[in-house]
Design a protein around this ligand. Structure first.
Ligand code: OAD
Ligand code: ZN
Length: 245
């Protein structure tokens, strides 16, 4: 694994660090990504399973698919990449974690104040009156109904065609603008507006590092590319910045 001393120097000097993560960060925990050859969107149709139209056409199918994913998330553990990102919070004077992941593995690894751009699959709410559903979703084989209004209960994730939570997006955008070091980790950078964040950070003067075994459509605009799995390279980076050479 090649990590230059120049990069370690830049990381060590940084005061305001922002990390954006995508599904690749959870791959080493055993959670499928979306767009890799064995990814979820190569096996399943996102319009059927991750859109309001799909939910209305076949609510039980959508509910069952989310329960299948919830079960996987319950069975797996955060990996060394998640733990390294959690530790970064204690290293830099200012640190912000923005994730597109809905699996809550960052929080389980000890990260605080995670900006969840795409929601999470554990929480649920009524599609009509938005009242949160507090029961265990895994106990429900069919779509539960809202106790207040009878509406269908849906997972608290952002579906295709839906807006991202406004406050979260504003916070993410602001932190990208203020970062002096920005990491884009384990994301294909195909889904907007999240994919804009590394570009915004770069435009506003941050040094932008991408960690991904594969190049993405934004690699060429960024400053440094580390072509390794995040669970391997992040602990290495921490080791290097913690050793005074
Ligand atoms: P993708 O599946 O589009 O991309 C995952 C990226 O992770 C790919 O570029 C892989 O090369 C990379 N990758 C795979 N293994 C890795 C590893 N061990 N370490 C680092 N990188 C690795 O996933 P996202 O970019 O997260 O939306 O997708 C964005 C959004 O599209 C998701 O949040 C989801 C999906 O539709 C919602 O659920 C709303
Ligand atoms: Zn309701």
């Amino acid at each position: 694994m090649e990590i230059s001393n120049e990069l370690i120097g830049i990381i060590k000097k940084s005061k305001n660090v922002v990390v954006l993560t995508g599904a690749g960060v959870s791959a080493e925990s055993g959670i499928s990504t979306f767009r890799d050859p064995d990814g979820l969107w190569t096996k399943f149709n996102p319009m059927e399973l991750a859109s309001m139209d799909g939910f209305i056409s076949n609510p039980d199918l959508v509910w069952e698919w989310y329960n299948y994913r919830r079960k996987i998330v319950h069975e797996v553990e955060p990996n060394p990449g998640h733990y390294a990102i959690a530790e970064m919070e204690n290293i830099f004077p200012k640190f912000t974690l923005i994730t597109q992941n809905v699996d809550r593995l960052h929080q389980r690894a000890g990260s605080h104040n995670v900006i969840e751009l795409h929601g999470n699959i554990m929480d649920n709410y009524c599609k009509d009156c938005k009242t949160p559903f507090e029961d265990d979703p895994l106990a429900e084989l069919h779509v539960p109904r809202c106790r207040k209004c009878g509406g269908m209960i849906r997972p608290a994730v952002v579906w295709f065609g839906e807006m991202l939570p406004r406050l979260e997006l504003a916070k993410a955008d602001e932190s990208a603008k203020q970062a002096d070091l920005f990491f884009s980790i384990g994301t294909s950078a195909e889904v907007y507006p999240a994919a804009n964040l590394p570009i915004t950070a770069k435009e506003y003067g941050a040094f932008v590092v991408e960690i991904n075994p594969n190049k993405t459509s934004i690699t060429k605009y960024l400053d440094y590319f580390l072509p390794y799995p995040s669970g391997q390279v992040l602990p290495e980076i921490l080791k290097k910045i913690n050793t005074n050479i």
